[in-house]
Design a protein around this ligand. Structure first.
Ligand code: NOJ
Length: 493
C-alpha cells in the first residue's frame, strides 16, 4: 500500500523467472489447499443478535465516510445468514481447509470476557459444524483487524491493558471452539494493524503517530500473541491437539543489483517488514538492525530512549518459541536500492529503514495499487524464510484483484497458476510448505477500498438482497488443481 513505482526498470532476472515453466510435479496428498475470508469483510449482521461495535463499524459509520466508494460492511456478503451457501461453495471447490476469522465483538460484545454473546457463539459453532460435516478443516484467525470499539476507546493496541484483554478473548475461543479446531492464528498481518492503524493512520482506528505508534502497538501485540500461545500450550494443547501461530505478511524484496549496498538494503527492508514480528517469535527479540537503527536515529533526534521499546530478558524468553508453524500472506514484490541516510527530523518508520523501493513498470498489476504479478517472488521469499526461520510454513493468503469482478477472470487464473507453480518449486527446493490458501473465497469488503477491488473466486452481487454468489472461471481452475494436485494436464507421479 505504501510503496509506489517510481522508476522504469527492466529486470532481466524478473522476466526470465516470470516466464518459468509451470511445474509438472504433483503436490503431496497431505498438502492443504483452501480459501480464506475474514469476519468484517464478509459477515454483515454488524449489530445483530447482540454483537458489539468494532473499530471498522465505527469508522465506516463516521461522517464523512472515509471508504473509497462510501460503503460499509453492514451487510457485505451477508455470511452471517448465508454461511451454509459459503460452505456449499467450499465443498464445490473441494478445499481441504477454510480460513475465516472470529469477530471479537460478536463473541464478547463488551470486549471483555464477563459477557459472552450466545448468539455469536452459536453462529461460529454452526459454521464449524457445517465445515466439519463436509470434511473441511477450519483454520481460524482470532484477530483480523476488528477490535471492539470499546477497547479502542481505552487506548487500543498502544495500551498495555490490551495484552490481557486479548489473552482472555483467545482463551474464551479455545474453550468454546477448540475441540473442533486444529489450526489457529492469533493475528492476521500485524504490520497492517500496527503500522497502518496506529502509525500512518490510514486504516481503522486511524491513529497518526509516525515512528512511534507502530512500534508501541507491535510491542503489545507480540506479548498478547505469546500469552495466547502459552494459554493454549498449558491449558488446551493436551486435549485439543491443535497448532497455534501468527500470520505475517510481506512482499518479496529483490535487491536492485549485486552490489553489497543493495543486498544489505533489501535484507534490512525485510527485517523491518517481516523480522519485526517474526524475529521475536522465532529467533528471539527484535532484529539487530532494527534495534541499532531506531536507537541511533532516536538519539540523533534528541530522545533519551529508543522509539523501539525494549523487551526484558523474561519477555524475550516468554515470546521466543510461541509458534507451531508460520503463517504467510504474500501477493507482490518490490525492487530495493540502497539510499543515502535520511535526514534527521520528525520520526518516521520509513526513515528508520532508510532505503529506496520501487515496483517495475514492466510488471503486470492488479486493481490494488500495491499488487503486482511477480510469481518468482514467492519462491524466493519461501527460500528466505526457510533460511531465516527454518519452520513449516502455511501460506494463508495469496490472490489477485480486479475492478470489474467479471466471471471470465483469466488474469486471476494466470496469477494463481504461476504463483502455485512457484510454491511447488519452493517445495522442490526443500522448503516445508504445509498448505496454500487463495484469497478470497468470494468478492468482499476490501477495507478502505470498499467493494472497488475484487479478489473473489466467486462473484457476489452486492446489489441483490440475496447477495447472489456466482462462480468465476477461476473456480473451475482451482477445483481442478485441488482435485488433481497438479497444475498441468499430466503430472509426474
Ligand atoms: C490482506 C488482508 O489480510 C485481507 O483482509 C485483504 O483483503 C487482502 N490481504 C487483500 O488486500
Amino acid at each position: 500500500m505504501i510503496y509506489k513505482a517510481s522508476v522504469i526498470f527492466l529486470s532481466t532476472l524478473a522476466i526470465t523467472l516470470a516466464q518459468d515453466e509451470i511445474s509438472n510435479k504433483k503436490f503431496p496428498e497431505n498438502f492443504m489447499f483452501g480459501t480464506a475470508t475474514a469476519a468484517y469483510q464478509v459477515e454483515g449482521g454488524w449489530n445483530e443478535d447482540g454483537k458489539g461495535e468494532n473499530i471498522w463499524d465505527y469508522l465506516t459509520h463516521s461522517n464523512p465516510n472515509p471508504i473509497a466508494d462510501g460503503s460499509t460492511a453492514d451487510i457485505s456478503c451477508d455470511s452471517y445468514h448465508k454461511y451454509k451457501e459459503d460452505v456449499a461453495m467450499l465443498k464445490e471447490l473441494g478445499v481441504d481447509h477454510y480460513r475465516f476469522s472470529i469477530s471479537w465483538s460478536r463473541v464478547l460484545p463488551n470486549g471483555t470476557a464477563d459477557k459472552i454473546n450466545l448468539a455469536g457463539v452459536t453462529y461460529y459453532k454452526n459454521l464449524i459444524k457445517e465445515l466439519k460435516s463436509n470434511n473441511i478443516e477450519p483454520l481460524i484467525t482470532l484477530y483480523h483487524w476488528d477490535l471492539p470499539q470499546v477497547l479502542q476507546e481505552q487506548g487500543g493496541w498502544t495500551d498495555e491493558f490490551i495484552i490481557d484483554a486479548f489473552a482472555d478473548y483467545a482463551k474464551v475461543c479455545f474453550e468454546l471452539f477448540g475441540e473442533d479446531v486444529k489450526y489457529w492464528l492469533t493475528f492476521n498481518e500485524p504490520k497492517q494493524t500496527c503500522l497502518y492503524g496506529y502509525d500512518y493512520g490510514s486504516i481503522a482506528p486511524k491513529i497518526y503517530s509516525p515512528g512511534v505508534g507502530g512500534y508501541k502497538c507491535t510491542h503489545n501485540l507480540l506479548r498478547a500473541h505469546a500469552k495466547a500461545w502459552h494459554i493454549y500450550d498449558q491449558e488446551f494443547r493436551a486435549q485439543q491437539n491443535g497448532k497455534v501461530s501468527i500470520t505475517i505478511d510481506t512482499p518479496w524484496f529483490e535487491p536492485d543489483s549485486d552490489s553489497e549496498g543493495d543486498q544489505e538494503a533489501a535484507e534490512r527492508q525485510i527485517q523491518f517488514t517481516f523480522g519485526w514480528f517474526a524475529n521475536p517469535i522465532f529467533n528471539g527479540d527484535y532484529p539487530e538492525v532494527m534495534k541499532t537503527r531506531v536507537a541511533a536515529r532516536s538519539a540523533a533526534e534528541g530522545l533519551n530512549q529508543s522509539r523501539l521499546p525494549e523487551f526484558t530478558d523474561e519477555e524475550i524468553t516468554y515470546i521466543l518459541g510461541t509458534h507451531d508453524y508460520l503463517g504467510l500472506n504474500m501477493y507482490s514484490s518490490y525492487m530495493v536500492k540502497e539510499a543515502a541516510e535520511p535526514e534527521i527530523g520528525d520520526p518516521s518508520y520509513d526513515n528508520d529503514i532508510g532505503i529506496s523501493i520501487y515496483q517495475s513498470d514492466d510488471w503486470e498489476t492488479g486493481a490494488s495499487s500495491w499488487l503486482n504479478v511477480t510469481p518468482w517472488g514467492i519462491r524466493r521469499l519461501l527460500n528466505w524464510l526457510k533460511k531465516t526461520y527454518n519452520t513449516p510454513i502455511f501460506i494463508t493468503e495469496n490472490g489477485f484483484s480486479d475492478i470489474d469482478g467479471k466471471l471470465n477472470d483469466d488474469r486471476r487464473i494466470n496469477y494463481y497458476k504461476n504463483y502455485i507453480s512457484n510454491v511447488r518449486n519452493a517445495i522442490e527446493d526443500g522448503v516445508d510448505v504445509l498448505g496454500y490458501t487463495a484469497w478470497s473465497l468470494m468478492d468482499n469488503f476490501e477495507w478502505m477500498q470498499g467493494f472497488k477491488e475484487k479478489f473473489g473466486l466467486y462473484q457476489v452481487d452486492f446489489d441483490s438482497p440475496n447477495r447472489t454468489r456466482t462462480p468465476k472461471d477461476s473456480v473451475a481452475f482451482f477445483k481442478k488443481v485441488i482435485e488433481t494436485r497438479c497444475l498441468v494436464d499430466v503430472c509426474e507421479e
